[in-house]
Design a protein around this ligand. Structure first.
Ligand code: 2P0
Length: 322
């Protein structure tokens, strides 16, 4: 039985992905920019089993829920079709990230799965093709294939992949306020925003030029501009989310308090800007010089962890299972 093991890390978006132009192919309505981080990896083993009558999936040793397993199986179907192989597989993942805490667990999960499945089924994919494959599992997973800063392009199926971006050396302080499950999944919340918010088209249009500004800031090595854009874009995404009907709110009073504390730290001369994904936790973009001080200052709000740029998805073992 052929097997492969791959590891991948989560990414945190500086310019957010929130909305699709094609739900089937997972094509984003606009491009986005993220940092793949060097913490909370997911390690996934894919083992082909010629005797199996269906795919199986476990996460941290626990059999996946029906919906989770179906999403894993759907990605394996794409790989099987490309490889011309019909064998089912066992997929076993170990995630060091708190699932559904709003820390993009699906990005590390589906990029590790894409890399391991491609290797196990014998597909030789370059990073661009691997990013496109990971995208089919979860949009943000396209970016976790890439190390460090990555831009994920909007476009058609061929054009929509992530690739590396040069930019300033940054750190992030992850402020974990809650590890509980979020009230509405990102996928569902994006759909509700698209269908009901009067601001949705303005969000998509403005994200296009926000991304252009962020890429210019990266090119110019301009941390301050990149940071300002990061915080602005997070605030705009959460404003959009709160404008949906029924409204969705991921940020808690605690999250808002961290945003205020970050603004206060800036007034005191620290280089730091806040962002938050589909959950209450806050991530602070900062510089190598300021990271420890920012983390110390925010420790009263929750658990803090300083992270930097991490590796992209990689196969770490391959072979024949016993
Ligand atoms: C991002 N998020 O850019 C944004 C910000 C959450 C908030 O990408 O439907 O789990 O699987 O493509 O990838 C979460 O979206 O959604 C996400 P699907 P995904 O990081």
């Amino acid at each position: 039985m052929t097997r492969a093991v791959a590891r991948s890390h989560p990414n945190i978006a500086l310019v957010k992905y929130w909305g699709k132009q094609d739900e089937q192919l997972i094509l984003p309505a606009a491009g986005s920019l993220s940092l793949t981080i060097d913490a909370f990896p997911t390690t996934t083993e894919v083992t082909l089993d010629s005797g199996a009558t269906e795919d199986t999936f476990s996460l941290n040793g626990i059999p996946g829920a029906v919906g989770q397993t179906a999403r894993v199986s759907a990605l394996l179907d794409i790989v099987r079709e490309a490889a011309g192989v019909s064998t089912f597989a066992h997929v076993d993942s170990v995630s060091e990230i708190p699932t559904d805490a709003g820390l993009a667990s699906s990005a590390a999960g589906f990029s590790a799965l894409a890399a391991a499945a491609a290797a196990a089924y014998g597909l030789d994919l370059d990073p661009r093709a691997l990013s496109r494959l990971a995208r089919r599992g979860s949009g943000s997973a396209s970016r976790s294939v890439i190390p460090g800063l990555a831009v994920w392009h909007a476009g058609n199926d061929e054009e929509s992949f992530a690739e590396p971006v040069d930019g300033p050396d940054v750190r992030m302080v992850i402020v974990t306020l809650s590890t509980g499950a979020k009230p509405v999944s990102s996928r569902e919340a994006m759909r509700i925003c698209m269908l009901t918010s009067p601001y949705y088209s303005a969000w998509v249009d403005s994200t296009k030029w926000t991304l252009e500004g962020a890429l210019e800031a990266c090119k110019d090595n301009d941390f301050t501009r990149l940071g300002r854009i990061t915080e602005l874009h997070a605030n705009r995404m959460h404003a959009l989310i709160q404008s949906a009907d029924p409204p969705i709110r991921y940020l808690t009073p605690q999250s808002v308090a961290v945003f205020d504390a970050v603004a206060q730290l800036r007034q005191e001369g620290r280089n730091c800007y806040a962002t938050a994904d589909a959950g209450p936790n806050v991530v602070v973009l900062t510089t190598p010089d300021d990271a420890d001080r920012v983390a110390r200052h925010l420790a009263g709000f929750g658990q803090t962890r300083v992270v930097g740029a991490g590796l992209g998805a990689a196969v770490i073992e391959r072979g024949v299972a016993s």
